[in-house]
Design a protein around this ligand. Structure first.
Ligand code: PHE
Length: 455
C-alpha cells in the first residue's frame, strides 16, 4: 500500500537499529535512573516491566501495524485505513505530540552538547572539575543554553535532510553501535570503584515502601516515553518497513533492547554515585531528580580515577542517544509536512527547525528569565514534559490500540501480524496479542488514568 517512490529502510538490521535508536535516548540515560531513584529502585523496575508487557508491547504492535499497513505519515495512514473518518485527526495529534516532545527534548540534548564540550576542555586543560557546580548558572543563563539547543536541533536536522536510508538508517547504525560500546566501558569503570556494589544492591533489591499510586502513572509514562510509542514515531518508521518483516518479533526486540539499555545505563550511573558518596562519607542520593546526570554525576567523575575519560565517554553516549531519538521525532513532523503540505524534505526540515526552535526556546528560558511564567503551575519545560509523557503518549497509545483492535477487523489484524499467513506464529500467541490490543491495553491505560486523577 506504500506510496510510489516512497523510501524504505535498506536492511532489517538498519530498521531495527533505527527503531531501537528512537527508543534508546535521554529517557533511558537521564530519566530512567532518577525515576528509579525516586520510586523504590527494583520495585519500580518490576512495575515498569509489567506495564511494558501488558500495555506497551500491544501498543507498539498496533502502532507498527498501522504504520506498515497505512504506508504513510500518521495523518494519512489513518486516513487510508479508515477513509474519511475522524481518525486521521488522531494521527494529526500524534504529529503534534512529536513536535511538543522534540521542543523540550532538544533543550536537554543541548545540555549534553555543552557537557560533552566541557568535559573535553577539562580533560585537555588543567582546569579543575568544578563545572558541575555551575549547572544552575548555565541553564539559567539567558542565551547560552539557547545556543546549545539550536546546535542540537541543527544537528538533528542535518541528519534528517539526507532521508531515510542515507540519513536516518546510516547514522542510527553507526551511532547505536558506538553507544553500546561506550556505555559498556563506562559501566566497567563504575562497577570497579570500591563501594559500587552497594549501588547495585540498591538497584536490584526492591523497596516497596516508596511505591504509591503515582508510581504507576510514572512507570507508565516512563515506559511510553522510553519506547517512543503513542506519538507516531514507530508508526512513521514502520511506514518505511517492507512487508516481509515480522511485526511482533521486531516490537519485542525493540522493547527488550530498550529496557536492557535502561538498566545498563542505571549500572553506569548509580553504582558510581554510591561509591563516591561512601568515599566522601556522605549518604548517596540518587533521587536527585533531573539533576542526577548533570549535577551529581560530573561531581562523581571529577573524583574518580580516569574520571575525565569517563566523563567524555558518558556525555558522548548521552548525546548519541539523544540524537538518534530526536531524529525519529523530527521525522514524524517532516514526513507529515512533505506528504500533506507538499514541501521538499529540505523545506520541511527548516520549517520543523523553526517551530521547534521557537517552542524549545521557551522551554529553555523557563530555567532562567521565564522561570516565573507558569502553565498550570508548571514551568514551560515541565509542562511539556508532563503533558506529553503522562497524558498525550498514553492517550495516543490507547487510541492506537483501540484503532487496531476495534476498527481494523480481526482478520486484517491477524493478516498483518502473520504477513498474510507467511509467518508461522502459533495461533494462541496471535490471539492473545489481539486481545491484549483490543481489551487489556486500552482498559489498563484508562484505569491507571482514573486512578491517578481521582487519588
Ligand atoms: N524514547 C526516547 C527516549 O527514551 C524519547 C522519545 C519519545 C522519542 C517519544 C520519540 C518519541 O529518550
Amino acid at each position: 500500500m506504500a506510496l510510489k517512490n516512497r523510501e524504505t529502510f535498506g536492511s532489517r538490521m538498519g530498521m531495527l537499529l533505527a527503531m531501537a535508536g528512537s527508543a534508546i535516548g535521554l529517557g533511558n540515560i537521564w530519566r530512567f535512573p532518577y525515576m528509579m531513584g525516586k520510586n523504590g529502585g527494583a520495585a519500580f523496575i518490576l512495575i515498569y516491566v509489567i506495564m511494558l508487557v501488558f500495555l506497551c508491547l500491544p501498543v507498539m504492535v498496533s502502532e507498527y501495524l498501522i504504520g506498515r499497513r497505512g504506508g504513510s505519515n500518521p495523518f494519512s495512514s489513518f486516513d487510508r485505513l479508515a477513509p474519511g473518518s475522524k481518525w486521521r485527526w488522531i494521527g494529526f495529534l500524534a504529529v503534534l505530540a512529536s513536535a511538543c516532545i522534540l521542543s523540550f527534548y532538544c533543550v536537554v540534548g543541548g545540555w549534553s552538547v555543552k557537557y560533552l564540550a566541557d568535559s573535553c576542555i577539562l580533560a585537555f586543560s588543567d582546569a579543575q572539575g568544578d563545572y558541575a557546580l555551575s549547572f544552575g548558572s548555565f541553564i539559567s543563563n539567558p542565551w547560552k543554553p539557547l545556543l546549545y539547543t539550536l546546535i542540537f536541533l541543527g544537528l538533528t536536522g542535518a541528519i534528517i535532510v539526507f532521508g531515510v536510508r542515507k540519513g536516518i538508517e546510516r547514522m542510527s547504525k553507526v551511532m547505536i553501535t558506538m553507544l553500546f560500546i561506550i556505555i559498556v566501558m563506562v559501566v566497567i569503570r563504575s562497577l570497579t570503584l570500591p563501594g559500587a556494589m552497594e549501588g547495585v544492591k540498591y538497584m536490584f533489591v526492591p523497596d516497596f515502601s516508596k511505591v504509591t499510586a503515582d508510581t504507576c502513572i510514572a512507570a507508565m509514562g516512563q515506559a511510553f516515553f522510553s519506547l517512543s510509542i503513542g506519538c507516531g514515531t514507530i508508526l512513521t518508521y514502520a511506514s518505511y518497513v517492507k512487508k516481509e518483516e515480522n511485526i511482533l518479533a521486531s516490537s519485542a526486540w525493540i522493547s527488550f533492547f530498550d529496557t536492557t539499555f535502561a538498566i545498563i545505563a542505571g549500572l553506569a550511573i548509580i553504582p558510581a554515585v554510591y561509591a563516591i558518596a561512601y568515599m566522601n562519607g556522605v549518604e548517596p542520593d540518587v533521587s536527585a531528580g533531573p539533576g542526577l546526570v548533570f549535577i551529581t554525576l560530573p561531581g562523581v567523575f571529577s573524583q574518580m580515577p580516569l574520571g575525565n575519560v569517563a566523563a567524555i565517554l558518558f556525555f558522548l553516549a548521552l548525546l548519541l542517544a539523544a540524537v538518534t531519538s530526536a531524529i525519529s521525532l523530527m521525522e514524524v513532523v517532516v514526513a507529515f509536512i512533505i506528504e500533506e503540505m507538499h514541501r521538499s524534505r529540505k523545506k520541511a526540515v527548516l520549517m520543523c527547525f523553526a517551530v521547534c526552535g521557537v517552542v524549545g526556546a521557551f522551554c529553555s528560558l523557563s530555567f532562567g528569565p521565564l522561570a516565573g511564567f507558569k502553565l498550570f503551575g508548571l514551568s514551560v519545560f515541565d509542562f511539556f514534559d508532563y503533558i506529553t509523557s503522562n497524558i498525550m503518549l498514553p492517550i495516543g497509545g490507547m487510541l492506537l490500540a483501540v484503532f487496531a483492535g476495534w476498527r481494523l477487523r480481526r482478520a486484517n489484524f491477524l493478516d498483518e501480524l502473520t504477513n498474510s499467513g507467511k509467518l508461522r506464529i502459533p495461533r494462541w500467541i496471535s490471539l492473545t496479542l489481539y486481545y491484549l490490543v483490543k481489551l487489556v491495553a486500552p482498559i489498563g491505560i484508562l484505569l491507571i488514568f482514573l486512578n491517578t486523577f481521582f487519588s
